[in-house]
Design a protein. Sequence first.
Length: 466
Amino acid sequence: MRKIGRFLSGGLFLCVLLALLFAAGTVVLTVLLPRVFAPIAAAERLAAAIVALAAVNGRELPAMRTAKLFLLLFPWTGIFLCLLLKSPPPPAQPLPPFCGSETERTARLAETMPLTAESCEYFGEGENFWRRLLGEIAGAKERVWLQFYIVAEGSLLSEVLSLLEARAAAGADVRLLFDGFGSAVTVPRNFCKKLKKRGIAAKKLRPLRFPDRAANRRDHRKIAVVDNAAYTGGANLADEYAGRKIRFGHWKDAAVRITGDAALALASLFEETWTGKRRIFRPHSPIFGKAGIPCAVFSDDANLRSDRKGVRVLWRMIASAKRTLYCFTPYLALEKGLFDCLSAAARAGVDVRLLIPHIPDKRAVFALTRAEAGQLLAAGVRVREYTAGFLHAKCVAADGKYAAVSSYNLDYRSLYSQAECGVFFGDERVAGEVERDFLSAWETGCEVRVKKSPVAFFLRLFAPLV
């Protein structure tokens, strides 16, 4: 009941209500105007034809182009929705693997500056991640910066806020960022004001508005910075991510804790998000260029101002894999380029495996995920479902040498629209930990039940929005 009350009193309800009113008005116009004003109806169809020509001749993703052309079948509404939808141009084809030092190769694969981490700790469970983070927050001296897509009331949030309040009272710089859609019904509308009274600075990212061309481009990042350490991965600030609440069986997640230059880069990314101003990160740690764990921090914003780094990192990892490529993902909706790249790797003899959930959190999206998995199976990629519960981890490991731990799902929104981040490692120890975690989960999985679903058939038209 509490979530229903927040939905009715929050911005999400207003957006839904306005969208329904818009749809109802469109239906009335569609029925009445052609009878009364035939020239207006003809003009609308002419405008739709112009928009269709623009879509066909644009450099958008093929799936986005298909979705737009389908929407134009609907009078009045279609033009408006097509103008709202926008995607970045498809990324260029991946470059061949780069030969050089491990640090340079890692940076080249991730297309960013070479960094080193003094230490890296991998968590194959959200419960372990949160236990480590809570302990570190309790002893923080300088700063605690937290950013999550979902912040939800519960025992975990209560504990985190108590620790943040104590750290703020002790003089630490305490901040909290959360997404306006992801947390629309999980925290009260005046959440930021309540936190301010407790000495905690908080901001809501990308508040919900209607109409809004950026409504589908959320901030999906997960970053925690505590003094000189930084964390990122898939876990949000809600009880199910810490194993305190059972929603869909066992909740499988993953994250990393890093120190050194890579931690400074994640801190810089958080500060850029907090201020809204772009920054150029310049390493100043004394270990830069010296021994450490070769890695690279990569990220994408939700403003479509440049090529998407996440999809290019994934593309590079697939193209560079010689023996194995293992991927965790909760959602699966690939555009043709990535699908072909995975298929080509499998045909070339690479052991390509994907692990997806068995218990869905969103049934419609799960139907699309299974349909995509069926097509990958037919192309030679091995796919299984994680049977213990819901799989929310977002990791990729290649050849036991490279690994990426991030907030990216293997779907359109995550790879092409949302703000995301992750860390790419060129280190056999870290890659080995991710690979062992994957293989352990893989052994508990089951074969994918491929069914022809009319829901999936319809959703594939709108995959860029799912």
